[in-house]
Design a protein around this ligand. Structure first.
Ligand code: 5GP
Ligand code: MN
Length: 318
């Protein structure tokens, strides 16, 4: 059942205690949408307790309102009246807080992943929307969006569109971004400090991944990976590798990019495509998901086997 405005307002009005969560390894859209929703509820509904649960967030996002109050550990004895799950295509994506979500009286999902088949009592999924923050722009009443809320929404849109450059950027995306600009958001700060700025270590990791990259299918597929040793040598964590896949994708002549790093029993696989390949389909077939041009999954096996499986699946589509 799709959540309509009526349900959104009705459910928030009815609830005394509200929790919000997003996906594991939270990115700009996940953090932005969770904090925007918290801010919107606090701004427009009185007497609500609103808690945001997410895994630890990167330091560059900590200037967003209520970011300091994010709870990183599940409180399994808390029973919320209403639980929002944002920017999550499937239940395994909010696994650290799944017990709490299950105990909530009402669950609402808001998302834009094409791989999301819908879960919860109510949900709104718009695969045409560039970001979950764009879906929130559709739901929220414009004159009730504060500057603090707008900062969070703008951050999410900036991140999921790669600063308005990915093919998911539509006229509507730009119109919402324009509306948020008028609320007084700090565009330069958000774009430079949360998107483009990299630490020295992140740049070194990127350099390593680029040096180790290889071309397949006559230069149409680019593949790179970082080993546990690569991360150790640079004292880097896996989250420092965010963004590497986007640099691989813009290699001249490339249609699809694959980036892998080790996880327990296998590899985390990130995929991006330009015009021809539906990477969401491939990720979904391996238990993951995402969007047509950006998707991911976790796979068991050796690096060599996983790489050749994904390369041959992409080649079939070329
Ligand atoms: P990234 O490559 O940046 O980790 O993810 C790209 C997109 O694919 C994101 O929208 C992300 O939510 C989705 N995605 C990445 N990994 C997984 C996964 O393991 N499962 C699902 N369902 N989606 C994923
Ligand atoms: Mn998103």
């Amino acid at each position: 059942m799709g959540v309509r405005m009526k349900h959104f307002n009705e459910q928030i009005s009815k609830a005394k205690t509200i929790a919000i969560t997003g996906h594991i390894h939270p990115d700009g859209d996940c953090i932005g949408s969770c904090l925007a929703l918290k801010q919107y509820i606090l701004d427009n509904y009185s007497g609500k307790k609103v808690d945001v649960y997410l895994e630890s967030i990167s330091t560059e996002f900590r200037f967003l309102s209520h970011a300091q109050e994010i709870i990183t550990e599940s409180k399994d004895d808390e029973n919320y009246d209403l639980f929002f799950v944002l920017d999550c295509g499937s239940e395994d994506r909010y696994e650290p807080f799944a017990t709490m979500v299950r105990c909530a009286k009402i669950l609402i999902g808001i998302d834009h992943h094409i791989s999301n088949d819908g879960f919860g009592d109510f949900y709104k999924i718009d695969p045409q929307a560039s970001a979950t923050c764009e879906v929130l722009c559709q739901i929220f009443e414009e004159d009730k969006i504060s500057k603090e809320c707008a900062q969070c929404l703008y951050t999410g849109i900036v991140h999921d569109t790669g600063v308005f450059k990915h093919s998911n950027t539509t006229r509507k995306t730009m119109e919402y971004a324009g509306m948020l600009l008028e609320k007084g958001v700090s565009t330069t700060k958000i774009i430079d400090e949360t998107f483009y700025q990299k630490t020295f270590v992140q740049n070194q990791l990127l350099g390593k991944a680029l040096l180790q990259s290889q071309l397949y299918a006559e230069g149409q597929i680019i593949v790179s990976n970082l080993s546990e040793q690569d991360f150790e040598e640079l004292h880097a964590s896996t989250s420092d590798s965010d963004g590497i896949i986007d640099q691989l994708r813009i290699t001249k002549g490339v249609e699809a990019a694959i980036f892998l790093y080790p996880i327990e029993n296998g590899y985390k696989v990130s995929m991006r495509s330009n015009e021809k390949v539906n990477v969401s389909e491939i990720a979904k077939a391996h238990g993951g998901g995402g969007h047509i041009r950006a998707a991911g999954c976790s796979m068991k096996g050796t690096l060599k086997d996983i790489q050749s499986t994904i390369i041959s699946e992409i080649t079939e589509q070329l």
